[in-house]
Ligand binder design. Structure first.
Ligand code: XYL
Length: 436
């Protein structure tokens, strides 16, 4: 039975680019074949439980603006929230969702009660997944909101907090496995510091390494088939977060011998905060072999904080999906909308409209990216640019078969005298603009 929260809104349908219906897709067609695969299977959209159903609309200067009938910390309210959430997934046609433990269950008075509450909701979700066909892209633990985590979770100076956090992650991996989740995410919002004056940086990094090893060991112990993902972010809430960006996470994984065990969940807004473009982070993760999944949103380029808005810039999405496709596309990952409404967008319909716009924007970006790949619009100029490295001599140089002396001899005897060639940036920018 419907909760009635969305009034008489019916399942969102594709109506084509000319439609002016705000509650219809203009570009996202799940069954459309792109590069030999259904669009839905490329994009693997997920709704973020926290922004869509839990966030009350506060900002640093004011509290709740959203009035939802489930805003109450009880099991009854948690179940109503779940009813509305699964109605939402079905109306939108989102194949996946993602959640933190704290988004879905009431806060208990201790660890045992938290676990009981989580397990009760997990059973409820399992029934709803079976009834609707919605799947879990990833689960995660909220190790940053409760005051016990104010000085970190894994990186806390108090080992009791480390233990509490580790035990909580165990329950969340169990929940994710039970619900058939395809990934498990670790975002360390408090795994960083406010000031180095009170922080033993080396110790905290070692604690974080131990914690991550525990997670990987447990994954193998229980036979969890999903991917463990770290989500980089440079700061906010802490002044400095240890999982700063893709490059930093890779160095950390290497140090702890986990580079083949853990991949990254890359968020558009976090890339921007780290001073990178989204495509930089995606391309680097591909290059390092650790690309996993994406958190899709956009940041306000003027604000300088993590505004978590829905994406609305097609050229940006085209370049993002270009790198996703170039790396072979998602395996267990997907496109999670880690995006929230602006706090004045009060209406239930706004929740749908935000996601519809984001999905359409991603669909357009995906199609543009696929066409660029088909036409070799960027890959051919790239191959041409590096073609010199394909010669036998250059290959030996690359493989390390020449010493510095031999190279010097080569340069001298052949009178090597390189002539610069145009990088053709403007030409390539114009090429991209033909597709978006
Ligand atoms: C906040 C982060 C989280 C993670 C999950 O900036 O994006 O929402 O995605 O903990």
């Amino acid at each position: 039975m419907s909760t009635g929260f969305f009034g008489d809104i019916q399942k969102i349908k594709y109506e084509g680019p000319d439609s002016t219906n705000p509650l219809a897709f203009r570009y996202y067609q799940p069954d459309e074949i792109v590069l030999g695969k259904r669009m839905e299977d490329h994009l693997r959209f997920a709704v973020a439980y926290w922004h869509t159903f839990t966030w009350p609309g506060g900002d640093p200067f004011g509290g709740q603006t959203f009035l939802r009938p489930w805003f109450e910390d009880t099991m009854k309210a948690a179940k109503l929230k779940a009813d509305v959430a699964f109605e939402f997934f079905s109306l939108l046609g989102a194949p996946y969702y993602c959640f933190h433990d704290a988004d879905v269950r009431p806060e208990g008075k201790n660890f045992a009660e938290n676990t009981r509450n989580l397990n009760e909701i997990v059973d409820y979700f399992a029934e709803k997944q079976a009834a609707t066909g919605t799947k879990l892209l990833w689960g995660t633990a909220n190790l940053f909101s409760n005051r016990r985590y104010m000085s970190g979770a894994a990186t806390n100076p108090d080992p009791d907090v480390f233990a509490f956090a580790a035990a909580t992650v165990k329950t969340c991996i169990d929940a994710t496995q039970k619900l058939g989740g395809e990934n498990y995410v670790l975002w360390g919002g408090r795994e960083g510091y406010e000031t180095l004056l009170n922080t033993d940086l080396k110790r905290e990094l070692d604690q974080l390494g131990r914690f991550l090893n525990l997670v990987v060991e447990y994954k193998h112990k229980i036979g969890f088939k999903g991917t463990i993902l770290i989500e980089p972010k440079p700061q906010e809430p802490t002044k400095h977060q240890y999982d700063y960006d893709v490059a930093t996470v890779y160095g950390f994984l290497k140090k702890h011998g986990l580079e083949n065990e853990v991949k990254v969940n890359i968020e558009q807004g976090h890339a921007i905060l780290a001073g990178h473009s989204f495509e930089h982070e995606l391309a680097l993760a591909n290059a390092l072999g650790i690309f996993g999944s994406i958190d899709m949103n956009r940041n306000d380029y003027q604000s300088g904080w993590d505004t978590d808005q829905f994406p609305n810039n097609v050229p940006e999405m085209a370049l993002a999906y270009y790198h996703v496709l170039a790396g072979g596309g998602f395996k267990t990952g997907g496109t999670n909308f880690d995006a929230k409404l602006r706090r004045q967008s009060l209406d239930p319909a706004d929740l749908l409209i935000g996601h519809i716009g984001g999905m359409d924007c991603c669909a357009r970006g995906l199609k543009a990216a696929a066409k660029m790949i088909e036409d070799k619009a960027l890959s051919q100029p790239l191959a041409d640019r590096y073609a010199g490295w394909e010669t036998a001599e250059a290959q030996k140089l690359f493989r390390g078969e020449y010493s510095l002396d031999e190279i010097t001899n080569w340069v001298e005897t052949k009178d090597v005298n390189p002539q610069p060639r145009s990088g053709k940036q403007e030409l390539l920018e114009n090429v991209v603009n033909r597709y978006v």
